[in-house]
Design a protein around this ligand. Sequence first.
Ligand code: CUA
Length: 334
Amino acid sequence: MRQTRPFLPARLPQALWLAVAILAGCSGRQSALAPAGEDAAQLKLLFIVMLSGAAVLWLGLNGLFWYVTRHRPGAMPVARANAVIVGGGVVLPTVLVGALLAWGLSIMPAQRAPGEGLTLRVTAEEWWWRVEYWPEGATAPIVAANEIRLPTGTRTELRLNANRFIHSFWVPALGGKMDMIPGRETVLTLRPDTPGGYRGQCAEFCGPSHALMAFEAVILAPGDFDAWLAAEARPARPPETPEEIRGAEVFRDEGCGACHAIRGTAHAGLVGPDLTHLGARGSVGAGTLPMGAQALQDWIAHAGAIKPGVAMPSYDWIAAADLSALATYLESLK
Ligand code: CUA
């Protein structure tokens, strides 16, 4: 005896809940569907138009399939069968896909528009981001790391490089991805329009800590941005409290300055991230831990466990009091 199958699969409710859960991720600070800039808004429109076109094609072709299978073989008049084949197999896909292609090509030049004013140079390292701000006419950059800040209403040029491996620069809320290739500079321009904090993420598998290679993208109104950039250009705040002074001594004695720079001090290492205004950043370890004294302690003592493959040694021999003082000093570098 033939068993009758239910029309809908028994697991459909679970599948729907899963779809709802996945789609719920399509909002917030790391979503291409919650644009905070001109480029991301255009890509969202592109996604919706392409999805609609695909839906029309899918429904049209399945409708035709359903229609022709209602007929016994040979029962359909030849003229109508030819019309179905030519209409559904040639005219519908050609017109629809051709229109989508033409429209898609027409919006590409806007994505390649040149930047104006400030230029950022971002270099992908293992596994963090070296960031240099080049104001117009500057002869030396303002160096930062693991966070980019951009003004609203201006198209800023980002010149992208990579140290050893191929990475990909991506802030979904601001625009599309761009590969970062050793020895070959790529250029991306972004025009944000909504102030706020967004999350960027390396979008090309680049090694053991690829998933931990994130960064903050902070969008500021032009006046706020200018004030921030002026502050960022200043040397580091000197240690003031006894705890901070002790922390600065630990930094010196442990040789941290061989890899890290703190402008305004003798420490000028170029291997690791610049720490001049570390405490003002939103995260520790390139988007891995939220900024704070405890996170800094954990990072310094266990960097290798927190971020596999990281070049920084785990300083697990530093005495607890010294580690705490070091973290306090680093957090004070606002
Ligand atoms: Cu860098 Cu993935």
